[in-house]
Design a protein around this ligand. Structure first.
Ligand code: NAD
Length: 272
């Protein structure tokens, strides 16, 4: 069978370069085009050379339409506005669209849902790693078992100094898992910021704390704090390749699915 032809958008980014490397070493997939934004200094470079994967013979282009023509799917770790626009294009062409971009607002999420109903096979997750998706299952179970009266839930994350959105998509994914376990709506239970005289902690809330600095790829702790005891569930990402490998696995999986919006839990068989 022919290898699945994948377009890497944001090909010069931290994740884009990692994806070019991982696709090159994964059987069953190949990079068919690499795209960057207008004005990027990477335009015209060979995507493999830029990624440190050797010459690929594929020049990074800004011509998205030409890149998508003839492709089977697109892997997208870029920026919210671009991911939304790309979802509509992917739907029109019936492509697989793997979205790792984080910081999507409710209107972005709605537009991506619309694109999935319009014919794209979308896999979207704030974290594409096996470890974090398994952690989310454990958090959901712990939150369900321990209940809001005896245990408080706090989610702490740290990322490199270049990250532009907070809390991280992974922290929100873990918060959603905790909220699901408790049977509450995260948007009503979450406390994103604390500053000054806040008063005592409100029972049942799910708190977030964000650290930024250096080159940290991603660390997340979910703390369940009770009277006299504390449980900490922790994930430490040591290599961006874990997200890229998850994204490629998602693309191959989605290639055999009907149009729709899927999560990494569906891909990994961890769905409820
Ligand atoms: P980055 O800034 O290094 O790379 C983003 C790239 O996208 C840049 O090269 C930029 O030029 C490109 N881009 C932006 N707009 C574009 C457009 N209109 N057309 C083409 N290219 C465009 O960032 P990064 O660290 O690679 O992260 C990218 C995104 O992926 C962020 O939202 C980050 O939070 C997310 N992320 C998700 C996961 C996951 O597992 N879901 C893991 C890591 C990072």
């Amino acid at each position: 069978m022919d290898a699945m032809k994948l377009v890497i958008v944001g090909a010069a980014g931290r994740m884009g370069r990692t994806l070019v490397r991982v696709v090159a070493e994964t059987p069953g997939v190949r990079v068919s085009a690499a795209v960057e934004r207008t004005g990027s200094i990477a335009l015209g470079s060979d995507c493999g050379e830029l990624a440190g994967a050797g010459h690929a013979g594929i020049t990074i282009t800004e011509d998205l339409d030409a890149a998508l023509a003839g492709a089977d799917g697109v892997i997208d770790f870029t920026a919210p506005a671009f991911s939304v626009a790309l979802a509509a294009l992917a739907a029109r062409r019936g492509l697989v669209h793997v979205i790792g971009t984080t910081g999507l607002g409710p209107a972005n999420e709605a537009a991506i849902g619309e694109a999935a109903r319009g014919g794209a096979r979308v896999v979207k997750s704030g974290n594409m790693s096996l470890g974090v998706n398994l952690l989310a299952v454990l958090v959901e179970q712990a939150a369900r078992a321990l209940g809001p009266d005896l245990f408080d839930i706090e989610i702490l994350e740290m990322h490199h100094r270049h990250k532009v959105d907070a809390p991280s998509g992974t922290a929100l994914l873990l918060g959603e898992a905790a909220a699901t376990g408790r049977g509450v709506d995260l948007s009503e239970a979450s406390v994103r910021v604390r500053d000054g005289h806040t008063g005592a902690r409100e029972a049942g809330t799910i708190g977030f704390a964000t650290l930024r600095g250096g080159s940290v790829i991603g660390e997340h702790s979910v703390v369940l704090a009770g009277e006299g005891e504390r449980i900490e569930l922790v994930h430490r990402a040591e290599d961006r390749a874990i997200f890229a490998r998850g994204a490629v696995r998602a693309a191959l999986w989605a290639n055999a699915q009907a149009p729709g919006l899927y999560s990494m839990r569906d891909v990994l068989g961890l769905a409820r």
